[in-house]
Design a protein around this ligand. Structure first.
Ligand code: 26V
Length: 833
């Protein structure tokens, strides 16, 4: 059958309706339309509008322009066909959206000018936008960088996640300790999102599975859930560089199917009538704030299944709108599992294919594996997800049966084709029989995917040697590496307009479209005039951060000191404690040897601890207590300050990254999967002090050993010491600086009101030193002193800083996305699709 003939396609959409004219981008039009939004969408008179009203009006005017590009992208995809990439992630740590959207649309100057006509400053109103903090840390921020890079590189990407009402908690520091407060990003509404009532799906929980036999059809399993909730879609457009492509982030919100139980209501039980809707809506109410250990709550498993099932139903519905059936699903869709949080999708897709769409098991399994791929983001045993079988079975009885059936198939293959014995079978099994029978979500994601990747070269190697050793032996081609990256739009152009301007002047704007061209400034490291301008921009960025520290914490810091910064989640393996101990030792040395030529330093910390992670909260308390004592001690004057900035989030990171001289990436080797903060700092010209861990290893290769400061045990040395039951005692006994620092902590010097506050932190070092803090202390101290010395030779320091910026182009998430598209998804520009 031939396609119906269409006339004047450019002007008419499918229904023959005239399309609106695309919005113009000149300051006059923008100014007029912003006031129109203020007047007719917000109902405010420009004369009496508040700053927040201007933010909303500006957002709406910008949003109109995004919509023009959004429709173009959708039309182009509909015309060209090709493969979609669906990125399933429990977390998208996006931060603010206005600056990113304006920058990518090339509207920064026109919007600034338009607002200036009404005496409104763009930079001021941008600050009023709440951060979308729908993530914990690295994994969630990576998902946000990837969404931006998919749009920027022309990959048709669809993010799928959860629309949490409360994102990551707000942190306050009270008497030195972390206090968690609820975050409420939606209170004033969210102008970026569109509710899509038509895209809603039923999600079941609990109930029974029964076999039914209908005449003339094979017997099949039917799941009759005891509970059902509705997943409602909210779409947010994700604008790529130069607005060429706009992708969609679809977040699911849970609602009761039957919000009010009318019989309860009618019989006068007005509270009881709302039980259903409260229970349903609880699913998407709050983001779990622990990234360090699996808590195992039922609500978390409900969240995982809820968003997995909704996303898969949506993917299938879209596919069937364009295709006859699901047998070619894997040719049209690639689904990336961001860690194991959506791993139940493997069982759910099997259920949908077999039980609902009538596929045979083997064909369904082939489709499933060809469709999914899985990224692992941590090897920490305490963070690996496994669910008690009784819980899984009660909540998801049919999916549990399917997991058993998948497992049986894998075990049969291993035993029959590869001669696996019982021990080897136990190692690959999806069921951990060891501690109370649990479903291992990592194994499920692995066997259900055609590709499995780590996030740095080292981490990928370690995956093969540790958690997935046995599955890797069985499927030796499945694991591959995809080193992380960060988007240079947010982390260079928007966060550091000064440096972006300097580079543009020096080499032209080509690097804005192809960040690897930033290497062209490498030779300018030898140009004294360029170095001076580079240093002057760093100085301005440091002044800006010093102002933030002054305003928020009433502490004054000197921008000519080394800004030595460690910002990230607080975790023992990241070793903020090592950094604090070094600060105490330095404090002690400065007091003992005031005559020496000390290089002034400001040690800056920020980050959140999981609310239930006792040691991490003690580390925050220690940083604050130590800062209070040191900053008040006239004996160290401006030579040393220790500052903990509360409530680290994406927006604060955008101020911090450009202001660092020194980036602390000092995790116990083998434990940081990649790190992405390391990349943001170096791109902005910070030198790194770090261990041979995660992506630091590849940063060393790219920037060269003269431009990065590596110290400490390697991953294999750490593993060796752990096997030898290493403890810190003998090291402490032989290292006076370390001992004195620990004694100072134990004596209560920093917490006279409660002298034993940090005893257990210190005694852990003596007894076991699991994180190799004692083992690495001396190497860390020595490297810091080398850096002190280097900082006094500003020419040399700034040359290294320039080399860092110049050589970080490879760490763009555009490069990461192109590798995923080419090697895993087979989707996007240049792929057959
Ligand atoms: C685990 C869990 C466990 C259950 C409760 C909630 C929850 C939330 C998150 C996680 C996983 C955290 C893993 C993570 O963020 N890994 C980081 O991923 C970054 C991006 O690949 C990487 O750069 C960091 O090195 C890695 O720590």
């Amino acid at each position: 059958m031939s396609a119906p003939v269409q006339t004047n396609e450019a002007a008419l959409n499918g229904n023959g309706v005239q399309k609106p004219e695309p919005r113009l981008n000149d300051p006059d039009t923008l100014a007029r339309q912003i006031v129109e939004k203020l007047t007719y969408s917000i109902g405010k008179n420009p004369a009496s509008a508040r700053k927040y009203d201007w933010l909303r009006a500006t957002t709406l005017a910008v949003r109109d322009r995004i919509i023009d590009h959004w429709f173009e992208s959708a039309d182009r995809f509909a015309e060209e066909g090709g493969k979609r990439v669906c990125y399933l992630s429990m977390e998208f740590l996006i931060g603010r959206m206005l600056r990113d959207a304006i920058n990518n649309l090339g509207l920064t100057e026109p919007v600034r000018e338009a607002l200036a006509r009404y005496g409104v400053e763009l930079d001021m109103i941008e600050l009023l936008e709440p951060d979308a903090a729908l993530g914990n840390g690295g994994l969630g921020r990576l998902a946000a960088c990837f969404m931006e890079s998919m749009a920027s590189t022309g990959v048709p990407g669809y993010g799928y996640g959860i629309r949490y009402v409360h994102g990551f908690f707000r942190q306050e520091i009270a008497d030195g300790a972390q206090v968690e407060l609820p975050e409420n990003w939606l209170v004033h509404g969210n102008p970026w999102e569109f509710e899509r009532r038509n895209a809603s799906y039923e999600i079941g929980f609990g109930g029974k599975v029964s076999m039914i036999q209908e005449a003339g059809r094979p017997a099949r399993q039917v799941w009759r859930p005891a509970e059902r909730v509705l997943a409602v879609a909210y779409d947010t457009p994700m604008v790529g560089w130069r607005g060429r492509q706009v992708n969609t982030l679809r977040l699911w919100s849970a609602q009761a199917l039957d919000p009010i139980l009318l019989d309860a209501f009618n019989s006068g039980d007005h509270i009881g009538a709302l039980v259903e809707s409260n229970k349903a809506e609880a699913i998407t109410r709050v983001l779990y704030p622990a990234d360090s250990h699996q808590a195992g709550q039922e609500l978390r498993l409900r969240q995982e299944y809820f968003f997995s099932s909704a996303s898969l139903q949506d993917i299938i519905r879209r596919h069937l709108e364009e295709n006859d059936n699901l047998s070619n699903l894997a040719d049209k869709v690639a689904i990336q599992l961001n860690d194991t949080h959506p791993a139940v999708s493997v069982a759910e897709l099997m259920r949908l294919l077999v039980d609902v769409h009538g596929f045979g098991w083997d064909e369904a399994w082939t489709i499933t594996r060809a469709t999914f791929s899985y990224t692992n983001h941590t090897l920490l045993p305490e963070a690996l997800e496994h669910w008690p079988i009784h819980l899984f079975e009660r909540l998801l009885p049919r999916q549990m049966q399917i997991i058993y059936a998948i497992n049986a198939g894998i075990i049969r293959e291993a035993a029959q084709e590869h001669g696996y014995d019982d021990g080897q079978v136990a190692a690959i099994s999806l069921i951990d029989e060891g501690n109370g029978r649990r479903v291992r979500m990592g194994q499920l994601a692995f066997v259900g995917s055609h590709a499995v990747n780590g996030v740095s070269a080292l981490h990928t190697d370690l995956m093969k040697q540790t958690v997935f050793r046995d599955l890797h032996e069985l499927y030796p081609d499945r694991i591959q590496n995809k080193t992380n990256g960060v988007t240079p739009r947010r982390w260079l152009m928007e966060a550091n307009p000064g440096l972006t301007g300097l580079i543009t002047e020096a080499i032209g704007p080509g690097f804005l479209d192809d960040i690897e061209k930033i290497i062209e400034i490498d030779d300018l490291a030898d140009d004294a005039a360029f170095r001076e301008r580079f240093a002057a921009i760093k100085r301005q960025n440091k002044e800006r951060l010093a102002n933030v520290i002054g305003e928020r914490m009433a502490t004054s810091v000197d921008p000519s000191a080394i800004f030595d910064i460690q910002v990230k989640r607080i975790h023992e393996y990241k070793r903020q404690f090592l950094n604090i101990i070094e600060a105490i030792a330095l404090y002690d040395q400065i007091r003992s040897h005031p005559e020496r030529n000390w290089t002034p330093r400001v040690k800056i910390f920020a980050g959140k601890a999981a609310p239930s992670y006792v040691q991490a909260k003690e580390i925050i308390h220690l940083a604050n207590d130590v800062g209070r004592v040191i900053n008040a001690d006239p004996a160290v004057r401006d030579l040393l300050k220790v500052v903990f900035i509360p409530n680290y989030n994406v927006s604060l990171a955008e101020i911090i990254m450009p202001a660092a001289d020194l980036s602390e990436q000092i995790s116990t080797a083998g434990l940081e999967a990649s790190g992405t903060g390391n990349m943001k700092f170096a791109l902005n010209g910070a030198l790194t002090i770090g261990t041979l861990d995660g992506a630091n290893v590849e940063m060393l290769e790219h920037v060269g050993e003269d431009n990065i400061f590596i110290f400490g045990l390697t991953a294999s040395e750490v593993a060796q010491r752990r096997r030898e039951a290493h403890s810190g005692r003998s090291i402490i006994d032989n290292e006076p600086m370390l001992r004195e620092a620990l004694d100072a902590i134990s004596s209560g010097l920093f917490c006279p009101d409660s002298p034993s506050r940090f005893h257990s932190l210190v005694s852990n070092l003596y007894n076991n030193d699991w994180w190799m803090i004692c083992a690495d202390f001396k190497a860390y101290w020595d490297t810091q002193r080398t850096l002190d010395d280097l900082y006094t030779r500003q020419d040399e320091w700034q040359a290294k800083a320039v080399h860092n910026t110049a050589r970080m182009g490879w760490f763009s998430s555009d490069r990461s996305i192109r590798e995923y598209a080419r090697d895993i998804w087979k989707a996007g520009p240049g792929q057959a699709g």
